[in-house]
Design a protein around this ligand. Structure first.
Ligand code: IMJ
Length: 256
């Protein structure tokens, strides 16, 4: 069997540790024959990403704080210096202040709202602009979202509003980048135990209720998110852009 991403170069942003969905995606990309570029946030994360990269087909490990324009400019420069086009980009990052995911949404501060939107939504626009010049053969940019963008999920709060902005940004980017044969999509993953879920109140009971109520009677496996990311990044996804694919064991179709 030939591999789905053979000969492709894929950039993955957002690996924090081995539980990250970004890591499951990088593993799936690597399995399918892609050469990877990985980014990390801050000096503390560098050795973690380096260690995880050891088992993957990684050609470059680059620093990138998406809230810094100079980091994004340096990312473009590093990718240009590699002298090979980028075919796939996975944006798998988000952040909101912890207190904004625990207090009433009504109490969200201007600064907290801005931070969540900067890191979790605007970064998709900034990353797309940074990578587009090196996506000279066309390709695919994907992001991760969550159903809290369109439905009220307890405590998701400002992250839900930021994910709504991220999903809308995905559509606008898709409409503009389509003429360069760059597709832009989102994957809406069901809850997974990652650092992003750590400390979230009643997370275990959320997982339990999905296990009993979701059509597939189980929670989402990170590898399933990885395989959907492969589909979008591969030629199999060539007709899909501006869309949001739910990889959630079917949970989003359920009513009460
Ligand atoms: C996050 C908050 C509240 C409910 C939640 C989540 N549910 C799920 C998540 C039900 C599944 C995880 N999720 C989908 C996220 O997008 C999480 C983003 C996030 C998490 C943290 C925790 C640590 C921190 N800031 C964060 N910023 C964003 O300090």
């Amino acid at each position: 069997m030939s591999k789905l991403l053979e000969g492709k170069f894929a950039l993955v942003l957002g690996i924090a540790n081995k539980w990250s969905l970004a890591y499951a995606i990088a593993q799936a990309f690597s399995r399918e024959g892609a050469t990877l570029g990985l980014t990390y946030l801050g000096d503390r994360q560098k050795p973690v990403v380096e260690e995880l990269a050891a088992d993957l087909n990684v050609a470059a490990i680059l620093p990138c704080d998406v809230t810094k324009d100079e980091d994004l400019a340096a990312l473009t420069a590093s990718l240009q210096a590699m002298n090979r086009p980028v075919h796939a980009v996975m944006h798998s990052l988000a952040f909101a202040n912890r207190e904004d995911l625990a207090r009433p949404f009504l109490e969200t501060s201007r600064a907290g709202f801005a931070l969540a939107h900067d890191v979790s939504a605007y970064s998709m626009v900034a990353v797309a602009r940074a990578v587009a010049p090196v996506m000279t053969e066309g390709g695919s940019i994907s992001t991760l979202t969550y159903i809290g963008s369109t439905r009220v999920v307890t405590n998701y709060n400002v992250m839900g509003v930021a994910k709504a902005a991220l999903e809308a940004s995905t559509r606008y980017l898709a409409s503009e980048l389509g003429e360069r044969n760059i597709r832009v999509n989102a994957i809406s993953a069901g809850p997974v135990k990652t650092v992003s879920a750590r400390g979230i109140k009643d997370f275990s009971s959320i997982l339990d209720s999905i296990s009993s109520r979701a059509p597939l009677r189980r929670t989402t496996d990170p590898a399933e998110v990885g395989d959907t990311a492969v589909f979008l990044a591969s030629d199999l996804g060539r007709g899909v852009t501006g869309n949001c694919l739910f990889v959630d064991a079917g949970m989003s179709i359920m009513g009460v």
